[in-house]
Design a protein. Structure first.
Length: 286
């Protein structure tokens, strides 16, 4: 039983100009995302990263739940599943067990992954099944008109927190690491080229990889929280609100106050779930 797709072993190399068309289902375009939404930037970075890995489209599967970011599988020419709210990692787990040769990517939002899908998320991390979980984190439920999600920062306005959220927000990376994910990273749509490299590393990792991707929902989060425009929103949240791991090493705790770290935050090796399952089958039947 083959449990891993063939990928290039050469280091990441940026490629430009880049032809996106072989990776897209052009009949499904134009996409549904609002002007200024960060999801399109993430899609572009992902396609460039996929190309850099050399993984064939037929060896890739993308699984999503429900939400604006979960529309992504409709646009990519991989094996795709658009499933139920919060259940993307559960479907991805079944798919990977049935077809362990596939590289499985989960596209999920902060509401989808951290609220209704929270349990599936932590158990996927615990099992260390080979899948890349992309959490498109725009701090709000976008598709259903801007309710607070588990990542909405305190005091921020949403449809369900009109006077400011009083709930502490989840740190997706801390949760993933604590639950057992063996690759944990954070990127932003603002830092698209850096995100491309992080996505490449996540795709090349064997085991559960989680990337918390900060992107923007100008239509709800931006309007509710009085950002003048998308550029100001991206500047304040993604540029000024984050710092790379390398930069952080040179900054004092005071300067790091309120900033989120970007880059690869955790990487370790542990038995991958499908390999463990194969070992079990061999032991029982051998
Ligand atoms: Fe993007 Fe928000 Fe529009 Fe959804 S509602 S497409 S998350 S900007
Ligand atoms: Mg969201």
């Amino acid at each position: 039983m083959t449990t891993q797709v063939t990928a290039r072993t050469v280091p990441y190399k940026e490629k430009k100009p880049f032809d996106y068309s072989p990776f897209l289902r052009k009949g499904k375009l134009p996409h549904i995302w609002c002007a200024g939404c960060g999801h399109g930037i993430v899609l572009k970075s992902l396609l460039r990263a996929v190309d850099a890995t050399g993984i064939a489209k037929d060896d890739l599967a993308m699984v999503s739940g429900i939400g604006c970011s979960s529309r992504t599988p409709g646009y990519v020419d991989f094996n795709t599943m658009h499933t139920l709210h919060g259940r993307a990692t559960a479907f991805a787990t079944g798919l990977k067990l049935a077809k362990p040769r596939l590289k499985v990517i989960v596209a999920t939002g902060d509401g989808d992954a951290m609220a209704i899908g929270g349990n599936h998320f932590i158990h996927a991390c615990r099992r260390n099944m080979d899948m890349l979980i992309l959490v498109y984190n725009n701090y709000i439920y976008g598709m259903t008109s801007g309710q607070a999600s588990p990542t909405t920062p305190e005091e921020k306005i949403s449809t369900t927190s009109r006077y400011g959220s009083i709930e502490p927000a989840f740190d997706i990376c801390e949760l993933a690491k604590t639950a057992g994910a063996t690759f944990v990273a954070r990127g932003t749509a603002y830092h698209a080229q850096e995100l491309e490299k992080t996505l490449y590393e996540g795709l090349m990792h064997r085991g559960t990889a989680v990337i918390d991707i900060l992107d923007s929902c100008p239509t709800y989060y931006g309007r509710f929280n009085k950002y003048k425009n998308v550029a100001e929103m991206m500047d304040k949240i993604e540029k000024d609100g984050t710092v790379s791991v390398a930069q952080a090493a040179k900054l004092s705790p005071e300067k790091l106050e309120g900033k989120q770290l970007r880059g690869i935050l955790h990487r370790s090796e542990r038995l991958e779930y499908c390999d463990g399952y194969k070992n079990l089958v061999d032991r029982v039947t051998g």
